[in-house]
Write a protein that binds this ligand. Structure first.
Ligand SMILES: Cc1ncc(COP(=O)(O)O)c(C=O)c1O
Length: 394
């Protein structure tokens, strides 16, 4: 393998069992499971089986800080500024519950390229007084930054936006959007689900107010662990109304009446946390931190460029930004019969997904080889030729 000689990220390949059996190109949806998850889950079971309720005090309670800080380290967040939540949708709920929509400043500005769950959540806040301004795309790939910036005004309260757009992998100019929001007194909720672990994110350099995402894609964790970064100055004063006993400054006093908010990260949590999810998240986070996102990003750019080159050679439509600086880790390719092709790829153990108006989505990660990219596209050639579609036709 020529790749192995000059790509030191490939030393992690043996940590991911599924790579022995499949061409794994779907890290935008679910990252490959690290081998270490078996031991980690075993450790969870051992603690429960042998330590019983004492496991809370000995390990589980503070694991929220341990895992939160591991995630925080990948986005340059200060210690204790990242709380753990169940999913990105619930992160939006925590943020929304910190604000009042009854005043003049009650506008929520977002783009129609947001992940639908995030969109559904904010649309539902109309009944709580939120005025929603959804800024639309023309090309299905991006919303011009100027258009978003122009929509953010003195009456804007919140701007929930994706860093990397899930549909097209377009990387937004979030710095410009955050600057405009701050200029008029609005807050930005950055959805970093499709960036963190693959594209560098620095919450302090961006000066973003909130950052959210989950661990199950580019961070190679499992379902049920999501993160909510709150900028520390806001973390001292905001009082989420979606709250519970974990957020109380003295939870074990079991006081009656309104909560007295404690410090971050627990301040933004609610009730009993998803401990097994924390255990499944740990091995992937450790690998990503050790491998380093800058290296991962450099390799990702090469792999996505190769996918585009191969698609261009065949005359297939590429639904991803051409500019590598604006392109995340996914390349959607709309070849002929793309839906059927995606189903046949899955049958042949090339793991991808398909989306209407986008095509087959290929999302290689640091553990993939260039040879796998070539092989995945060759497999498409074989499938098309079996279907009687000549290469180069659309
Ligand atoms: C950008 C983005 N945000 C959010 C989600 C999912 O949200 P949740 O964690 O609420 O399921 C996804 C999932 O694919 C996503 O790509």
């Amino acid at each position: 393998m020529a790749d192995l000689a000059n790509d030191d990220l490939l030393r992690y390949r043996s940590e991911f069992p599924i790579l022995e059996r499949t061409t794994y190109m779907i890290s935008n949806s679910l990252g490959a499971m690290p081998r270490g998850v078996y031991d980690s889950v075993h450790e969870y079971c051992d603690a429960w089986a042998s330590r019983g309720v004492r496991a809370w005090e000995e390990k589980w309670w503070m694991m929220a800080c341990e895992v939160g800080d591991l995630i925080g380290g990948i986005m340059n967040a200060p210690a204790n500024s990242v709380s753990l939540q169940l999913n990105v949708t619930s992160c939006q709920a925590v943020v929304a519950s910190c604000f009042d929509f009854s005043g003049k400043r009650n506008k929520v500005v977002y783009s129609d390229m947001n992940f639908p769950s995030v969109m559904y959540f904010w649309e539902a806040q109309r009944s709580r007084g939120a005025r929603i301004n959804m800024v639309r795309t023309d090309d299905g790939v991006h919303v011009p930054t100027e258009r978003l910036i122009d929509a953010i005004d003195e009456e804007t309260l919140l701007v929930p936006i994706s860093h990397v757009v899930f549909r097209s992998s377009y990387i937004k100019d979030v710095k410009a959007i955050i600057e405009k929001a701050h200029k008029v007194g609005a807050h930005v909720v950055l959805d970093a689900f499709q960036s963190l672990g693959n594209v560098p994110v620095d919450v302090q350099a961006l000066n973003v107010d909130f950052a959210v995402g989950g661990v199950l894609k580019w961070l190679c964790g499992g379902p049920g662990t999501s993160y909510l970064y709150v900028r520390p100055d806001l973390g001292k004063k905001l009082e989420p109304k979606f709250t519970g006993w974990f957020a109380h400054q003295n939870p074990f006093a079991f006081e009656i009446g309104p909560s007295k908010y404690g410090d971050q990260p627990f301040r933004f949590m609610q009730g009993t946390s998803n401990v097994p999810g924390f255990y499944t998240a740990l091995p992937g986070l450790k690998i990503i931190r050790e491998a380093g996102v800058d290296k991962i990003r450099a390799k990702s750019k090469k792999m996505t460029a190769r996918l585009i080159e191969l698609a261009d050679q065949r005359g297939w439509k590429v639904n991803a930004p051409r500019d590598p600086e604006r392109r995340g880790g996914t390349v959607a390719i709309d070849m002929p019969n793309s839906h059927e092709v995606s189903q046949e790829l899955l049958r042949r153990d090339v793991l991808v997904d398909w989306r209407p108006r986008a095509g087959v989505r290929f999302s290689p990660h640091f553990y993939n080889t260039m040879e796998e990219i070539d092989r995945a596209i060759q497999t498409v050639d074989e499938i098309l030729s079996k279907m009687g579609v000549a290469a180069g036709t659309r």
